[in-house]
Design a protein around this ligand. Structure first.
Ligand code: 5RP
Length: 230
């Protein structure tokens, strides 16, 4: 039987399809919820219900999925401003500030979300938090050379960074060739301030705080679909 969470993620993904119209350029996120959206999008295209769609993928994994389900792909060079980006998140606060990056695609995800005319986040209700950092470590993507400096600076900011590793102990390497420090904070009270402080550390390529990017969230729970807007 399909686990509950997967059903809710699929419902959020299907609700997002209602925002897609013929001819749109879409930012295609990463992670299981975004993948449910890409799969559903491919099915609509195959059925002839959506035409002239193309996507900008935020990870190699999403690229492979889009190709498999028949979603045509393009690049930001060709389409610098996608009409709509759809992606999941690890945490969503009441102002629609997000923590993203459990899947390790945060850098490309942030570039695509910032490029798009609209960014809608799709989540199941378990991702809603009153304060960021309650459940999830904040992923910080950096050039490996800068690991000692970035580690020290994150500690000075009150974080507890740990290098993300595969099960065999080798470091996780992102699609852009970087490493990730998953950084626990006791509480993130001012995400905009922390976002600026982390972005200013030399060697940091991106962090998982998405401030002011999501215009709306589609939340699937056992009570149905709800929209949250900023
Ligand atoms: C990947 C991400 C994902 O969107 C986030 O981790 C949520 O994933 P899922 O939909 O599998 O719960 O940011 O980098």
């Amino acid at each position: 039987m399909e686990p509950d969470g997967a059903v809710l993620k699929r419902r959020a993904a299907e609700a997002a399809l209602g925002q897609v119209a013929d001819g749109m350029v879409l930012g295609l996120g990463s992670g299981s919820t975004a993948e449910a959206f890409v799969a559903a999008l491919g099915a609509r295209i195959a059925a002839g219900e959506l035409r002239d769609i193309c996507g900008v993928a935020t990870s190699e994994r999403t690229t492979v999925l889009a190709q498999r389900v028949g979603v045509p792909l393009t690049t930001l060079e060709r389409q610098p401003q996608p009409d709509l980006a759809i992606d999941g998140a690890d945490e969503v606060d009441p102002l629609l500030t997000l923590i993203k990056g459990r899947g390790g695609a945060l850098l490309r995800e942030k570039v695509v979300a910032a490029s798009a005319a609209r960014f809608i986040v799709i989540v199941d209700g378990s991702k809603l938090v009153t304060r960021l950092g309650q459940r999830t470590a904040l992923p910080v993507e950096l050039v490996a050379f800068a690991t000692p400096l970035v580690t020290r600076r994150l500690q000075q900011l009150g974080g507890n960074p740990a290098l993300r590793r595969h099960a065999d102990g080798s470091p996780f390497i992102t699609d852009e060739g970087h490493v990730i420090l998953d950084t626990r904070f006791a509480a993130i009270d001012a995400p905009d301030v922390l976002a600026s402080q982390i972005a200013a550390i030399p060697g940091v390529a991106a962090h998982g705080l998405f401030v002011g990017l999501a215009g709306a969230a589609i939340v699937a729970s056992h009570d149905g679909i709800t929209w949250r807007r900023r």
